[in-house]
Write a protein that binds this ligand. Structure first.
Ligand code: CA
Length: 340
C-alpha cells in the first residue's frame, strides 16, 4: 500500500473559489477515545488568482491576540473581498490553546521547535508536518502571530529576521512596516532551529511574526494592533483592497524599527529565587546596567544576585512571574535598526 503524504485529512479544497470553514483531522486514538480525532479548525477564502497568505495563531497556546484577530478575519471576510487566497489556522496547536499552555499537553512538544515536523511523529509533529508539506508550498507569505505568553511580556511588535537574500529581506522588511505595530523588530533568535519562521524563510516566503504583549492575557491596545495588523498585511500583499492603515492616521507615532542583533541582548537568570525588576518595558539601559535582582527567600541574610544587561538599549521584553529559575530569560534589549 502506498503511503499518503500526510496522516492529516481534510475536506477543504484549496483550489476552490469561495469561503470554506472546516477542519484538519489529525488521528488521535487514545484511552478515552478509541477512534478519536483532533479537529483543528481551518478557514480558506479564495477568489481567482493572486498571492496566498497563510495566517497561523496559537503556535503557543498561551498567546491570544493572534487567534482572536484571525478568528475575526475568518468570520468577516467574504470571497468577493479577496484577490488570491487566505488560509487561516488560528489554533495551530489546538491542544495547547485548549489548555492555555505554551506546549502541547498531549506530547509536551513546542510547536515552534519541531518544524519541518514528522508524518509519523507525535501529534504536534504531525500537525507541523502537514503545515510544512501541504500549506507552505501553497503560500507566498506566512504570518505567525505570537505574544509573550504567561512568562514574558514584550513591547508590542511585528517581528522578522535578518535574511541572507537581499530581495527576500527587502520584501520582508516592507511587510514588517506595513503591519503597523509600535515596534518593528529584526530579531536574532537564540534558538532558530525547528521554528516555523525558519522553515518559511528557507523556502523563500515572506515571513512576518509578532510579539504582541504577553502575560497570558489580552490588552485593548495589543488586540487592536493585531486586528489592524492582519488587515494591513492583506492590503499590503494586494489580497484585499485598500491601503494599510497608517499609524499617523490614528494619531500614533510611526513604527520604530529596531533590532536584537545578537545573544548579548538577552539577559538570563543565573540563580533561582524571587525576581525584582529594576527596569520596565521601554526603559533605556546602558551596557552592564543593573536591570534586576534575585532574592534568596530561604537565606534572607544573603545579598540578592544583581543581574546586568549585556548590551544596552531599549528594554523590549521582561520576565513576568515573581519566581525565577536559573536560565530564565528575564530581559531583552534592542537597538535602532541599521540595514546590513
Ligand atoms: Ca510565542
Amino acid at each position: 500500500m502506498s503511503q499518503k503524504a500526510s496522516r492529516v485529512s481534510t475536506d477543504i479544497d484549496y483550489e476552490k473559489d469561495g469561503k470554506q470553514s472546516g477542519f484538519l483531522r489529525v488521528p488521535h486514538s487514545r484511552n478515552e477515545s478509541a477512534w478519536g480525532t483532533l479537529m483543528v479548525p481551518i478557514t480558506v477564502v479564495k477568489n481567482g488568482s493572486g498571492p496566498t497568505v497563510l495566517f497561523t495563531g496559537a503556535n503557543h497556546g498561551d498567546e491570544y491576540e493572534g487567534p482572536v484577530a484571525e478568528m475575526k478575519l475568518a468570520r468577516q471576510l467574504t470571497a468577493d473581498q479577496v484577490s488570491g487566497r487566505i488560509i487561516i489556522m488560528h489554533a495551530l496547536n489546538l491542544p495547547a490553546l485548549r489548555a492555555g499552555t505554551r506546549l502541547s499537553p498531549i506530547d509536551s512538544k513546542n510547536m515552534n521547535r519541531i518544524f519541518p515536523g514528522d508524518r509519523n511523529g507525535t501529534i504536534t509533529e504531525v500537525i507541523a508536518h502537514y503545515v510544512h508539506s501541504e500549506l507552505l508550498p501553497l503560500s507566498d507569505a506566512v504570518v505567525d502571530l505570537h505574544s509573550g505568553g504567561k512568562s514574558m511580556t514584550l513591547m508590542p511588535c511585528a517581528v522578522i529576521h535578518q535574511l541572507p537574500d537581499p530581495a527576500q529581506m527587502t520584501k520582508t522588511l516592507a511587510a514588517l512596516e506595513a503591519f503597523g505595530a509600535p515596534l518593528g523588530l529584526v530579531l536574532e533568535e537564540l534558538d532558530a532551529e525547528g521554528m516555523l519562521d525558519t522553515a518559511a524563510e528557507e523556502t523563500g516566503k515572506v515571513f512576518v511574526s509578532s510579539e504582541l504583549g504577553g502575560g497570558g492575557t489580552i490588552s485593548v491596545e495589543t488586540q487592536a494592533i493585531a486586528d489592524i495588523g492582519v488587515r494591513n498585511l492583506l492590503k499590503h500583499f494586494g489580497v484585499i483592497e485598500g491601503e494599510p492603515v497608517s499609524r499617523s492616521s490614528l494619531g500614533l507615532a510611526p513604527t520604530r524599527l529596531m533590532q536584537v542583533p545578537d545573544g548579548r541582548h538577552f539577559v538570563a537568570a543565573r540563580a533561582s529565587g524571587i525576581y525584582e525588576p529594576f527596569v520596565e518595558i521601554g526603559d533605556e539601559v546602558t551596557d552592564s546596567q543593573a536591570i534586576g535582582q534575585i532574592h534568596f527567600f530561604e537565606e534572607p541574610e544573603r545579598p540578592p544576585m544583581v543581574l546586568e544587561a549585556g548590551r544596552g538599549g531599549t528594554v523590549i521584553a521582561r520576565w513576568i512571574p515573581g519566581h525565577v529559575t536559573s536560565g530564565d530569560c528575564v530581559a531583552v534589549t534592542a537597538v535602532g535598526y541599521t540595514p546590513s
